[in-house]
Design a protein around this ligand. Structure first.
Ligand code: FAD
Ligand code: N01
Length: 541
C-alpha cells in the first residue's frame, strides 16, 4: 500500500478532458492500460465546455466533426443541424462520457501545474495546483490548442467596474443583454459568431475592431431524416474519405462549394465573369480559383471583389469601409464563417469603432476610452482569442531529461517530431501538437489519429519490453524544416499575415508557423510509415 504522501500510480496520466482526453480513456481501457485524466474544468467537453457564448457553433458539418471509433455511437446519434451549436456538441460529449462511463477515470477541478521525468525510475510525476501528485511511465498532453484564453494587456484593464466576460470562459448560467449597453473587443470567429446574437437583445453594442476579418456565410440548415439516413448508411465511406483528405473533410453531400480549389486562375477570368460567379456562388467562389491561395496579386483581386461584396451588404458607407479587410490576404487565417454578420451592422443599435483610425487609449471604470472618444457600457466582452497551440502546454512546468524545461526548449517557437513528441522529453506525447495538421484540419479526425497512434505506440513498447521512447534530435530538426518548407509560399506565412497560427496575436510570442500544412492524409501516411519502421526517428530504450 502506498503511504498517503506517495503519488497515485497509473500506466498513463492524461491532462485534459476534451474530445482528445475522452477518446484516450477509451483507447487506454481497450489496450489494458490504467489511466487517469486530470481536468481543470468541472466536466468533459473541453472547448465546448468553456466556449458557451451566444452563437458558438461548429464551422464545419458536425456530422463530420464526430467520433468515428464506434459504429453504434454513429448510428444512435442524430445531429439536428448541419453545423451543430455549442449546446448540442456539449450534449454529445456528455452522451459519449455517459455511454462509455468515462468519468470513472477522470478527476475534475484539477489543474496540472508541473510534470517532471525521473530518468532512473522512467516515470513522470505530475503535480496539481492543489499539491496532489500522480505518476506514470507515460504522460499525454491533451490540453487543447485553443484552451488558454488571451487577455490583452490594455492599460486600465483592472479598473473596469461593469460586468466582464470572455467568450472562452463564458458563464454556465444564462447571460442576457436586455436593456444593457455592451462593448466587445475583437472581430475573430468568436466575435463574429456572437455579435449578431448579442445585437438581438442589447440596448446598444459597440464593436471594437482592430483588424477586419474575411468571413463567409455558414450556410447552416436543419438536417432532414433523409440526409441523416443517407450518412448513416455511408459512414464508413465518409470516414475513409476524411482520413485521406487534405483537411480531414469528406464534404459528403455538403459544403461542396467551400474551399474546393479548381484549375482556373482568377487572373484569367474577366471582371464581369468574376462578379457573375460571386452573385451565383457567393463568397466561397473566391477561394475556388487556383491562384488565390498562392499568388498575392491574384489574392488581391479576390479581396477587391470581397470588399465590393461588403459595400453591397452594409448600408452605411463609413461602417462598410471599416469592415473591409485590407493589407493582408484572404486565406491567411482560419476561415471564419458567420450567420448574418455584415447585416447586423445595419441595425441602429450596433456601431463599429475602427481602432485602426482611433486606437484604444485605455479601459476606464465605465468603458473604453479611445484616442478621440469615451464609450460607456454595462458589460465588456473580450472576444480576444487564445494563446494558441503552445499556451496551455507552456503553462505547465515540464521538466524532461537532464533537467531541461520544455518552455525553454520552445523559447524560439515549438520544436517537435511529427507534433507528437519533443526531443529530450521521453514518453511525453502531445495530441494535435504543433507540427501536426491539428488546427488546419477537422480536429476530430486529427484527434482520433493521434490518440490511436500514441496508444498503439505505448502498446508496442509494452509488448516488446521497451521502457521509453523519445524523438531524436535529427528527426525533430528534419521535421521542423519540412513543416516550414511546406508552409512557405502559401498565404499562411506571408509577411502581412498576423494570425494566431504564427503566434502573432500574443505580444512577445515568437513568430513561427505552428501547424503542418502538408495535409491530413499525407501526414497519416507518414506517421503510419514511421510506426511500421519500428518508430523510425525515435529512440527506443
Ligand atoms: P480542448 O477541447 O481544448 O480540451 C483541452 C482541455 O484541457 C480543456 O478542458 C482544458 O481545461 C484542459 N486543460 C488544459 N490545460 C490544463 C491543465 N494544466 N490542467 C488541467 N486541465 C487542463 N475545430 C474543428 O475542427 N471544427 C470546429 O468547428 C471547431 N470549432 C471551434 C470553436 C471554438 C469556439 C473553439 C475555441 C475551437 C473550435 N475548434 C474547432 C477547435 C477545438 O478546440 C477542437 O475541435 C477540439 O474540441 C479540441 O479538443 P481537445 O480535447 O484536443 O482540446
Ligand atoms: O480569436 P481570434 P477567436 N486590442 O484570435 C482582437 C476557433 N474558433 O476566439 O486581429 C484590440 O481569431 C484581435 O484583433 P487582431 C477558430 O479556429 C472557431 O475569435 O489581433 N483587439 C481579433 O480580432 C478561431 O480561429 C469558431 O488585430 C484585440 C480578436 O481579438 C480560433 O478559435 C468560433 C486585442 C481575436 O480573434 C480563435 O478565434 C470561435 C487588443 N489588444 C473560435 N487583442 C467556429 O466558428 C486581440 N484583439 C467554429
Amino acid at each position: 500500500m502506498p503511504d498517503s504522501d506517495s503519488p497515485e500510480s497509473f500506466d498513463v496520466v492524461i491532462v485534459g478532458a476534451g474530445f482528445s482526453g475522452m477518446y484516450l480513456v477509451e483507447r487506454c481501457r481497450s489496450l489494458g492500460f490504467s489511466c487517469v485524466v486530470l481536468e481543470q474544468g468541472s466536466d468533459v467537453g473541453g472547448t465546448w465546455y468553456w466556449n458557451r457564448y451566444p452563437g458558438a457553433r461548429c464551422d464545419i458539418p458536425t456530422i463530420e466533426y464526430s467520433y468515428s471509433f464506434d459504429p453504434d455511437l454513429e448510428q444512435e446519434w442524430d445531429w439536428s443541424e448541419l453545423m451543430g451549436a455549442q449546446p448540442e456538441i456539449l450534449t454529445y460529449a456528455n452522451h459519449v462520457a455517459d455511454r462509455f462511463d468515462l468519468r470513472r477515470d477522470m478527476r475534475f477541478d484539477t489543474r496540472v501545474s508541473a510534470a517532471s521525468f525521473d530518468e532512473t525510475a522512467n516515470r513522470w510525476t505530475v503535480t496539481t495546483t492543489k499539491g496532489d501528485r500522480f505518476e506514470a511511465p507515460h504522460l499525454i498532453l491533451a490540453t487543447g490548442c485553443l484552451s488558454k484564453p488571451n487577455w490583452p494587456a490594455i492599460e486600465g484593464r483592472e479598473s473596469y467596474q461593469g460586468k466582464i466576460l470572455h467568450t472562452a470562459l463564458w458563464p454556465h448560467e444564462p447571460v442576457t443583454f436586455h436593456g444593457e449597453r455592451v462593448g466587445i473587443i475583437g472581430t475573430g470567429s468568436s466575435a463574429i459568431q456572437s455579435i449578431p446574437e448579442i445585437a438581438e437583445t442589447a440596448e446598444h453594442l459597440h464593436v471594437f475592431q482592430r483588424t477586419p476579418n474575411y468571413t463567409m456565410p455558414a450556410e447552416n440548415h436543419p438536417l432532414t431524416d433523409e440526409f441523416r439516413n443517407e450518412i448513416k448508411a455511408n459512414y464508413a465511406e465518409m470516414r475513409d474519405l476524411q482520413r485521406h483528405s487534405l483537411a480531414g473533410m469528406a464534404r459528403y453531400g455538403v459544403m461542396g462549394r467551400i474551399q474546393e480549389v479548381g484549375e482556373e486562375k482568377i487572373v484569367e477570368v474577366d471582371e464581369e465573369e468574376r462578379r457573375r460567379r460571386l452573385a451565383e456562388d457567393g463568397l466561397p467562389s473566391l477561394r475556388r480559383y487556383a491562384d488565390v491561395g498562392i499568388d498575392l496579386e491574384a489574392n488581391e483581386l479576390a479581396c477587391d471583389i470581397y470588399r465590393e461584396y461588403v459595400a453591397g451588404v452594409v448600408d452605411d458607407e463609413t461602417t462598410a469601409d471599416a469592415l473591409m479587410p485590407r493589407d493582408y490576404p484572404l486565406g491567411c487565417k482560419r476561415q471564419v464563417v458567420d450567420i448574418d454578420y455584415y447585416e447586423t451592422f445595419n441595425r441602429d443599435n450596433v456601431s463599429i469603432v475602427d481602432l485602426r483610425i482611433d486606437p484604444i487609449a485605455e479601459i476606464t471604470p465605465r468603458g473604453i476610452r479611445t484616442e478621440s472618444a469615451d464609450y460607456e457600457f454595462d458589460v465588456l466582452i473580450y472576444a480576444t482569442g487564445f494563446d494558441a497551440m503552445t499556451g496551455a502546454i507552456n503553462d505547465i512546468e515540464i521538466t524532461g531529461r537532464d533537467g531541461r524545461l520544455l518552455r525553454d526548449e520552445w523559447s524560439a517557437g515549438p520544436r517537435t517530431y511529427l507534433g507528437l513528441q519533443s526531443a529530450g522529453f521521453p514518453n511525453l506525447f502531445m495530441i494535435t501538437g504543433p507540427g501536426s495538421p491539428s488546427v488546419l484540419s477537422n480536429m476530430m479526425v486529427s484527434i482520433e489519429q493521434h490518440c490511436e497512434w500514441v496508444t498503439d505506440c505505448m502498446a508496442y513498447l509494452r509488448d516488446r519490453n521497451y521502457r521509453a521512447i523519445e524523438a531524436t534530435m535529427p528527426a525533430q530538426d528534419g521535421w521542423v524544416e519540412h513543416v516550414n518548407a511546406v508552409a512557405n509560399g502559401t498565404m499562411l506565412t506571408v509577411e502581412s499575415c498576423n494570425s494566431w497560427y504564427l503566434g502573432a496575436n500574443v505580444p512577445g510570442k515568437p513568430r513561427v508557423f505552428m501547424p503542418y500544412v502538408g495535409g491530413v492524409g499525407n501526414y497519416r501516411k507518414r506517421c503510419d510509415a514511421v510506426a511500421a519502421a519500428d518508430y523510425e526517428g525515435f529512440a527506443l530504450s
